[in-house]
Design a protein around this ligand. Sequence first.
Ligand code: 1CP
Length: 346
Amino acid sequence: MSELNRNFIAALNRKSQKIPPLWIMRQAGRYLPEYRKVRSNFKNFLDMCKTPEVCCELVMQPIERYDFDAAIIFSDILTIPDALGLGVSFVEGKGPIFSNPIQKPEDIIDMRTFNADNLDYVYKTAELTRRELDKNIPLIGFAGSPWTLAAYSIEGSSSKNFDLTKSFIENHPDDAHKFLEILTDACFEYLKRQIISGVDVIQIFDSWANLLSESQYLEYSLDYIKKLLKKLSADTITSQTPTIVFARDPKCDLAEFKLDDLSCYGMFTSVNRTHAMNIFEGSQSLQGNLDPKILLEDNKVIKESVSKIISDFADYPGFIFNLGHGITPDIDPDKVKVLVDAVREN
Ligand code: 1CP
């Protein structure tokens, strides 16, 4: 095993590194001209996700450009709702649109049963990429959290406030729980198949954690993340794979994520780093959390911000450098190079 792999996996195992391992959320994507070139060959984004050779090429793009310490499968969190027959497509400039969203409780009963085989294209991407990728670079597999998947599936699109989703859980709490159970089982089967196909680490994205009040968050999101982590750690095939949970601004105490079944907590931009270190106390490694907007600033600001984060975590056992949320399409790829050099030269 090379230095890089040892570093990333060791950091996930709560071992301090002189230079923190580095990858960035949404590292393959629209800010890269080489991504936009490949993307222009497909009308529907999901058709591109269903072409494993192309996805493999997209995973490799940021690795070749920046030599990141981890690669992430090129896919999307909405593959599961698509496999449930909810009819996901991506409309240019509008984001995801569902032709068959969950509008009423009966829609959950009528929904197609989840069959993990229907996401074969994702496992093929994992297999191809694992073969193509330097064996020393870990490959991250991922899923949306059950709550985040439910929010898109009920809303039928992205939204600022997800009002339809909020009223669904208020008016039909039992049905919402039924749906979340189905999604939890689907996430487990899906992640297990990704692991069988070669992914080395799992990240769960709770991107719409911020929609819920504290008590709602514990009930409708965290409880299902916990169930999913429990299933993963109880299964002989998946139990050894490190897990990362990234949650966007959840309204609960950070200590709620101090879970025996969790290897690493992914800090959103607004997380106070000292507070996080005091709460997690080395029980979980920590990942994050440079504000992606800093990449719009000049190089000096980027370098200073990177130094500050690295010095904050210098004594913490197991830190992985990342952004506090996904990189946005407006970022200049040269600024990412400034970030990468700053992390490694620090
Ligand atoms: O037209 C295009 O080019 C599509 C843009 C795009 C890309 C590049 C989408 C649509 N998805 C992706 C890839 C993707 N999505 C990856 C793999 C790439 C990588 O990370 O290197 C991953 C891990 C995701 C995960 C994802 N999809 C999340 C969680 C991460 C986060 O940023 O919070 C979410 C919320 C989605 C939904 C989604 N898919 C695509 C878009 C534009 C969105 C967001 C829609 C919204 O604003 O609600």
